[in-house]
Design a protein around this ligand. Structure first.
Ligand code: PHE
Length: 431
């Protein structure tokens, strides 16, 4: 089996940016900010990003680069029974892939309908079985890219993908803020409500948003770190990735709320924002079909580069654990994602499959997506910080960088990180 490695360091950084920047930045971040104190939410968001996002991302890269294995193999190297924590993480991420791909299918459908001047509505879409088809197309596309290999296919996709993303986002955001009444949207987005930041639930929301948005705690960055071939400072790479990710989120917020308020629409959240409110705004806007097509293309490209990284975790883990070829691992992983995706898809279909009153897709997101990720991230932090050799870890973190890592940083990770992750789980449970 040929070893999978990045061709260049730039390729590696762009792939990690591609994984981080996704629907979580362009769609989720703006409404979460709007709902949770507006401008004041940026305080917990940036605090968590800098204090925990940066160090957690560097840790994942360090573990991947040092052990040169998937999340399962890496954790098993620290104690054979920790393999189960790795396996749990892979299951969680495979479930997330299932519904993330379904939503990406919706985005693709809206792109096609906007380009073809069709006035499709979300209810119209989900009262057909068309979303299962679009999910299948997305899954096939991601699997084909994955089968092409890390340096040929994934690296190339991200190189063009990230460039295209910026080339679409920046002009679109400039256009949005120049619309009449965009100032009302920006006021909704950013007017700080400082009373909210003393609420622990807001910090737990910021924690969840930062980890999801940076693709942390699920073995993605361990996998991407294990493909590093050349000399690179992990702290520096992580800083670049984190800053790009945060910038895209903040710019997306300006864009989304300018669009929404310029057309007098309600700043709804969740599926309604992306698939009901915005399409309505685009339909009333001058050049709306161009703007709408650009918006859904942006969301699709951002989601596609993230989707590829989601599938990479089970692919890497299966080929490593069962000694099968990459192609077979792609097939097996896609098969599992297909099953999860169909279940998720049926939640928004004529049969409205649900668990209790919750559509299956939302249920999976709530229980597996939110709690599963925090549990997986907590296990990773505890196992790595308590079992991995301190010297090796410091060396990995400081390697090829200009500044040596202070040893104190490890104590922060060892004691503070697990406690903060636990608290975050408790608060998200309570709220
Ligand atoms: N970071 C991606 C986003 O913001 C989602 C993602 C999560 C991708 C976990 C990979 C792993 O949309």
């Amino acid at each position: 089996m040929p070893e999978q490695k990045w061709g260049t360091n730039t390729g590696f950084v762009l792939a990690a940016v591609g994984s981080a920047v996704g629907m979580g930045n362009i769609w989720r971040f703006p409404y979460i900010t709007g709902e949770n104190g507006g401008g004041a939410f940026l305080i917990p968001y940036f605090t968590v990003t800098i204090l925990f996002g940066l160090i957690f991302m560097s840790l994942e890269f360090a573990v991947g680069r040092y052990y040169n294995k998937s999340i399962i193999g890496s954790l098993a190297s620290l104690g054979s029974h920790f393999r189960w924590a790795g396996a749990f993480t892979v299951i969680v991420i495979t479930v997330i892939a299932g519904y993330y791909f379904v939503i990406l299918g919706w985005v693709g459908s809206f792109f096609v309908s906007t380009v073809s001047h069709d006035t499709m509505t979300f209810d119209g879409l989900t009262s057909s079985y068309y979303p299962i088809l679009s999910f299948g197309v997305v899954l096939g596309l991601v699997a084909a890219i994955a089968a092409g290999g890390v340096s040929c296919s994934i690296e190339r996709l991200n190189k063009y993908g990230v460039l295209a993303l910026i080339a679409i986002l920046v002009p679109l955001a400039i256009y949005a803020v120049s619309l009449p009444d965009s100032d009302k949207g920006i006021a909704y987005y950013l007017t700080p409500d400082y009373t909210k930041i003393s609420d622990p639930a807001i910090w737990s929301t910021a924690f969840g948003q930062v980890f999801f948005s940076l693709s942390l705690g699920m073995g993605v960055m361990v996998a991407y770190g294990s493909y590093i071939k050349n000399k690179i400072s992990l702290a520096k790479a992580s800083s670049v990735i984190i800053m790009t990710n945060a910038s895209v989120s903040v710019i997306a917020g300006f864009m989304i709320f300018s669009f929404v308020f310029s057309y007098g629409a309600d700043p709804a959240s969740g599926t309604n924002l992306a698939f009901v409110v915005l399409p309505q705004a685009f339909s009333e806007m001058a050049f709306g079909s161009v703007v709408g097509s650009a918006f859904f293309a942006l969301l699709f490209i951002a989601g596609l580069t993230s989707a590829v990284s989601l599938l990479e975790v089970p692919i890497g883990a299966l080929s490593e654990q069962f000694g099968i070829s990459r192609r077979k691992a792609v097939l097996a992983s896609s098969g599992i994602v297909l099953l999860v995706g169909i279940v998720a898809s049926l939640g928004y279909s004529p049969v409205s499959l649900s668990i209790g009153d919750t559509p299956t897709l939302d249920w999976l997101d709530q229980y597996i997506g939110s709690y599963g990720v925090v549990i997986a991230a907590g296990m990773f932090a505890v196992i790595v910080m308590w079992r991995m050799d301190k010297g090796t870890l410091l060396e990995q973190l400081g390697m090829h960088g200009k500044i040596a890592m202070p040893e104190r940083i490890l104590y922060v990770c060892k004691y503070v990180l697990p406690v903060v992750i636990m608290l975050s789980l408790v608060f998200s449970f309570v709220s």
